[in-house]
Ligand binder design. Structure first.
Ligand code: SF4
Ligand code: SF4
Length: 199
């Protein structure tokens, strides 16, 4: 079936398709979700909007964990429904969507990255490559929780470093008063089947 689709595409489109797939694979392996934290313009946009002062700022809430699975659903949905469904919405609905998104971004850090963007899942494959990532020195960490308070993706850096949700923004590393979080520059040593945090 897929071969049939590729066969029907003109040669130039095939080339572009392979270039696109190649770029995606390179980005996955070279950066993982660091792309979300450092390169994606929508990420920067969300960070700027979230800086707007507002009396209500939500870090985490009941259902946050489950809502993060929404992006997985959005990733697989096109494979089931195809691209034949076209929904025409009135302009005001689009404007309303943008306004709701901006409001959510003011009160919640990076809602697009947490709940909606399927690219985050694809790029998260790169988070599992065990070099050039963060590591926590548990001997230095006092468990003060400052990194948790400042984490843009609202995970627990000192417990969940290199989690699939981590976008490698570097905030936790900068904020840690004990310098317990550092960039790993070599493959982790493995002791008794478990990763060892070196000093
Ligand atoms: S800020 Fe540093 S010391 Fe505090 S919990 Fe996080 S890693 Fe540990
Ligand atoms: S764990 Fe650290 S690097 Fe990862 S998203 Fe949170 S603050 Fe950024």
């Amino acid at each position: 079936m897929e071969q049939e689709v590729l066969k029907n595409l003109p040669f130039s489109q095939n080339v572009f398709l392979f270039i696109e797939i190649g770029i995606v694979i390179i980005v996955i392996f070279a950066s993982g979700r660091k792309f979300c934290g450092k390169i994606c313009p929508l990420g920067l946009f969300q960070d700027l909007i979230h800086k707007i002062k507002f009396p209500l700022k939500i870090k985490t809430y009941k259902g946050d964990t489950y809502l993060r699975y929404l992006k997985y659903l959005l990733l697989v949905l096109p494979f089931f429904i195809g691209d034949n469904i076209k929904i025409e919405l009135p302009t005001f609905v689009y404007v309303l969507q943008i306004l709701v998104f901006i409001f959510l971004t003011i009160i919640i850090s990076r809602p697009l990255c947490k709940y909606l963007c399927p690219w985050g899942i694809v790029l998260a494959i790169g988070n599992k490559i065990p070099s050039k990532k963060y590591e926590v020195n548990i001997k230095k960490c006092t468990g003060c929780g400052l990194c948790v308070k400042k984490c843009k993706m609202d995970i627990m850096p000192y417990k969940q470093i290199n989690n699939v949700e981590c976008i490698y923004c570097g905030t936790c590393q900068k904020i840690c008063p004990c310098k317990a979080i550092s960039k790993r520059t070599r493959l982790p040593s493995v002791v008794n089947g478990q990763e060892k945090n070196d000093t």
